[in-house]
Design a protein around this ligand. Structure first.
Ligand SMILES: *Cc1c(COP(=O)(O)O)cnc(C)c1O
Length: 379
């Protein structure tokens, strides 16, 4: 199956008992057994749920993996990966990663004796310096948030020893634009809350792996910890996935249009979008991704909080909100919203200035979107 067909058919069969074409929502906590141990493969709904099983098979196919493991949120999926580690082992992660991932790693897992190194993963020397005997996991995001850096996933995977796990948070790209398994990743992680769900109506996370032993360890954690998604949430993700390709095509087209408009606008300082030829890693993005995604960041010549706030409160179609990846466009302010816990000096080192604004471009009409943004910037 080609990718677009997989979205709609991989792992999905009409319901055996009724022929329902849509996967039923099995809203049940337990399953009746004929005799002790004589059951249909389902015992208790934390351990197995048919709606979830079908979603897991579909997700695995999208990321060219053999196993999918679903969680109640993206953070719960990341938590499960970190639980693979023993005290004393070490993690290397990109320094400009999702704020929630940074918080989980530093505020919880460091407490449990796991050491974190946050480095510029696009710099091979830095990676080689950070790697040592205790390294167990390398955590990659590409494109990164909110600076839209691109990391060479293949190079990272080739740089680490066999027993070091490479996990890619593929949330920003979605499996339509990038399949890290092809580039040597061991684990692919998604906040399915974003592009996979696509309609801003559900929180969900997942992991995809090829190795049977690793899959069994993660299924064990899924069941032992119990951060599992409900069947209604699994249904919503299954439904969202069916249109991923058409939503993504339109969102990427809109984003490319807006990035170019912003680049030529006099009040703008810098535009961060991998699809612009001015992006330092444009060629790598073109090789590693099918298209450049629908996330854009930009900052202003007048680098003040006041000016940024004015723009943020004057858009109409771009709603001021955290999150991304829905059909509707969102606008956000990393310095005061998603990345406010990072000290200003640290932020500015990576270009995250006070006036930096992040856009999640949706699938509305692109002229409406640009006119909305332009009048807010001019306001
Ligand atoms: C949103 C997000 C997460 C966390 O996922 P939740 O579903 O909100 O728990 C992790 N990584 C990235 C890149 C995200 O955008």
């Amino acid at each position: 199956m080609k990718f677009e067909t997989k979205l709609i058919h991989a792992g999905i069969k009409p319901d055996a008992s009724t022929g329902a074409i849509m996967t039923p929502i099995f809203q049940t906590s337990t399953y009746v057994q004929n005799k002790p141990g004589d059951h249909l493969g389902f015992q208790y709904a934390r351990s197995q749920n048919p709606t979830r099983t079908i979603l897991q098979e579909n997700l695995a196919a999208l990321e060219k993996a053999r196993y999918g493991i679903c969680f109640s949120s993206g953070m719960a999926a990341i938590d499960a990966v970190l639980r693979l580690l023993e005290p004393g082992e070490e993690v290397i992660a990109t320094y400009d990663l999702y704020g929630g991932s940074y918080r989980l790693m530093t505020k919880l897992f460091e407490k449990y004796g796991i050491k974190m190194h946050f480095i510029d993963l696009s710099n091979e020397d830095e990676l080689n310096k950070a790697l040592n005997q205790k390294t167990r996991l390398v955590w990659v995001e590409s494109p990164t948030n909110p600076m839209l850096n691109i990391i060479d996933i293949k190079k990272v995977a080739q740089s680490v020893a066999e027993d070091v796990l490479v996990c890619v948070d593929n949330t920003f790209a979605s499996p339509y634009l990038q399949t890290p398994m092809d580039l040597g990743a061991d684990i692919v992680m998604h906040s399915a809350t974003k592009y996979l769900g696509g309609h801003s109506d559900v929180i969900h996370g997942c992991l995809m792996v090829n190795d049977k032993t690793l899959a069994d360890q993660l299924y064990f954690i899924q069941n032992a910890v119990g951060a599992v998604p409900g069947p209604q949430d699994c249904f919503l993700i299954l439904r969202g996935i069916k249109t991923l390709h058409v939503r993504m095509d339109r969102a990427c087209e809109n984003a490319a249009f807006i990035a170019k408009k912003l680049q030529n606008f006099e009040q703008i300082n810098k535009v961060y979008y991998p699809g612009l030829s001015s992006h330092p890693r444009h060629d790598l993005a073109a090789a590693q991704m099918r298209d450049f995604g629908a996330m854009i960041s930009f900052d202003l010549k007048d680098d003040s909080l006041e000016k940024a706030k004015k723009i943020l409160s004057n858009t109409h179609f771009f709603s001021l909100a955290e999150s991304l990846g829905g059909v509707e466009s969102l606008i956000g302010h990393p310095a005061t919203m998603t990345h406010s816990t990072i000290p200003k000096a640290e932020r500015e080192k990576i270009g995250l200035t006070d006036s930096l604004i992040r856009l999640s471009v949706g699938i509305e009409n692109k002229d409406d979107l640009w006119n909305d943004l332009r009048q807010a910037i001019e306001s």
